[in-house]
Design a protein around this ligand. Structure first.
Ligand code: AMP
Length: 500
């Protein structure tokens, strides 16, 4: 088996790592960067661009530049490019293929195995879509693991002897996630998770860019937002200034020759202080604390119960974010691992565990994750009957016995759902199947055993069996957007056609 690389397939940026001599190291991409923007662009001549080069040309090719595809994973959305429809997993596969090729060039050997991380709240369909993206890119996805679990591995908290509860606060470019974990004896369990899928560093950039546009308008009576290319430069300058303000008290945004005014070129020049930046973005920092409280309350914990807070995601470099987290938790965040890199590093460590290269104190490391939603079936009157409650540790297998509602009913439909409402109609359908050949009997006599089996990747298998006749039917929950093996093979062949 080839080495197993760890991949953090992020909404904004992706990152990869590998285990070398018992240590997780980051694999730089072909451009020499340690993270790769999760951006794919299709050019008119059919050429595909991935990463920084795709991001840079976004302003001139907005229609065919795809950002944040992770948000669509597991959905039915199709992306139409030059007359061809792409699934989100095919777009993600283009990013994974670049990472794979760059890793191969850097390591000088073929890479076929990977551990890929996903947010803890990802549903079964989203996990399956991520696995499929790996398959299309020519990677055997050895394991899908939760991002906060990977981060805690990278911080080495699993190696400490005493049991502890920790919080992982993850503020990336476009998303915010917070998870509360229990760590005990090398076992990591996600107790609760919350977040906001549309809150991240991009929003901080937007606040600052808006401020710059207003200043420009005050000075020159010109709305820079009307000019796509100039506005793109302002947004990029805002991000750069934001990053500088993580280390400085003030910075100057200077964009010469931004647009042509009636009397010649107009330049943008403004000084931004940390105090001003904090005022412009205070509501965003505050918005992260509500999910923090939610996750802590779901986990049944108080801030004083936390032994550590880990910061993940590039946006946790913002001092005001660090202060807000420290104020809530009553302690400074635990430092030591780069926030943009720790998830990939943890994934590489998990790869090491799977390949047998890494053990914890002689015994192999265990990783436990939990189901983010309750799972069950619909029963009479649309009532949702829970078989596996939310936050159950994976892998798990549980059964319940149901019966028929009508006399001599020969078949039942098993409607599999996830969610927290007692009424099925408010939960999400994962799949449906029919069990035929039920023994002829009055209502309430047949015994139908429904079993849910969730594997280590969080993928759900459901079976129903008539205990009298032995008739059985089963499905692996694959929301209908899942790709068949044939579709996967076709997508893989198509991707290879476009490979370098
Ligand atoms: P991630 O999705 O974890 O790669 O985080 C990307 C986000 O982190 C982007 O919005 C970046 O602008 C932001 N970021 C990276 N470095 C810094 C920094 N030094 N200060 C503030 N934000 C940063």
């Amino acid at each position: 088996m080839s080495k197993i690389i760890g991949i953090d397939l992020g909404t904004t940026n992706s990152c990869m790592a590998i285990l070398e001599g018992g240590q997780s190291i980051i694999i730089p991409n072909a451009e020499g960067s340690r993270t790769t923007p999760s951006v794919v662009a299709f050019q008119e001549n059919g050429q595909r661009l991935v990463g920084e080069i795709a991001r840079r040309q976004a302003a001139v090719n907005p229609q065919y530049t795809i950002f944040s595809i992770k948000r669509d994973m597991g959905s039915h959305r199709k992306i139409s490019i030059q007359g061809k429809l792409y699934t989100p997993q095919e777009i993600s596969a283009i990013i994974l293929q670049k990472l794979k090729q760059d890793a191969e060039a850097y390591l000088g050997e073929p890479i076929t195995e990977a551990v890929i991380t996903v947010p803890a709240y990802f549903t079964d369909a989203q996990r399956q879509a991520t696995k499929d993206a790996g398959t299309i890119a020519g990677l055997n996805v050895q394991r899908i693991i939760n991002e906060p679990t990977a981060a805690s591995l990278a911080f080495g908290v699993d190696k400490e002897n005493q049991p502890q509860k920790i919080m992982v606060y993850d503020l990336g470019g476009g998303t915010f996630d917070v998870s509360v974990l229990d760590i005990n004896n090398g076992v990591i369990e996600v107790l609760a998770t919350a977040g906001n899928n549309h809150l991240g560093g991009d929003d901080f950039d937007a606040c600052l860019a808006d401020y710059l546009a207003k200043e420009f308008q005050k000075q020159y009576k010109y709305d820079i937002r009307q000019d796509a290319a100039a506005w793109q430069r302002v947004k990029e300058a805002a991000e750069k200034a934001k990053c500088e303000l993580s280390g400085l008290q003030q910075t100057t945004v200077y964009l010469p020759y931004l647009v042509n005014g009636p009397k010649g070129p107009l330049h943008l020049q403004t000084t931004v202080t940390t105090a001003l930046f904090n005022r412009l973005t205070a509501h965003l920092v505050e918005a992260t604390i509500k999910p923090v409280r939610q996750a802590m309350s779901d986990a049944g914990l108080q801030p004083k119960d936390l032994s550590k807070v880990l910061l993940v995601g590039g946006s946790t470099r913002i001092p005001a974010v660090q202060k807000a987290v420290a104020d809530y938790a009553g302690k400074a965040p635990f430092k030591g691992v780069n926030p943009d890199e720790c998830v990939a590093m943890g994934a590489a460590l998990q790869g090491g565990v799977l390949s047998g290269a890494l053990t914890a104190g002689g015994k192999s490391l265990l990783l436990l994750d939990v189901t983010p939603y309750s799972l069950g079936v619909e029963t009479v009157g649309g009532v949702f009957s829970v078989i596996i409650p939310r936050n159950t540790t994976l892998p798990t297998k549980q059964s319940q016995i149901y019966t028929t509602a009508a006399p001599f009913q020969s078949s039942v439909e098993i409607h599999v759902l996830q969610g927290e409402s007692p009424q099925s109609q408010y939960n999400k359908t994962l799949g449906k199947f029919r069990l035929n050949g039920i023994r002829r009997a009055l209502a309430g006599i047949p015994q139908i055993e429904v079993t849910f089996d969730i594997d280590v990747d969080g993928i759900v298998h459901v079976s129903a069996k008539d205990l009298h006749t032995g008739q059985q039917q089963q499905i692996t929950i694959t929301a209908s957007q899942q790709m068949t093996p044939k579709q996967l093979a076709a997508a893989k062949a198509d991707l290879q056609k476009h490979s370098r």
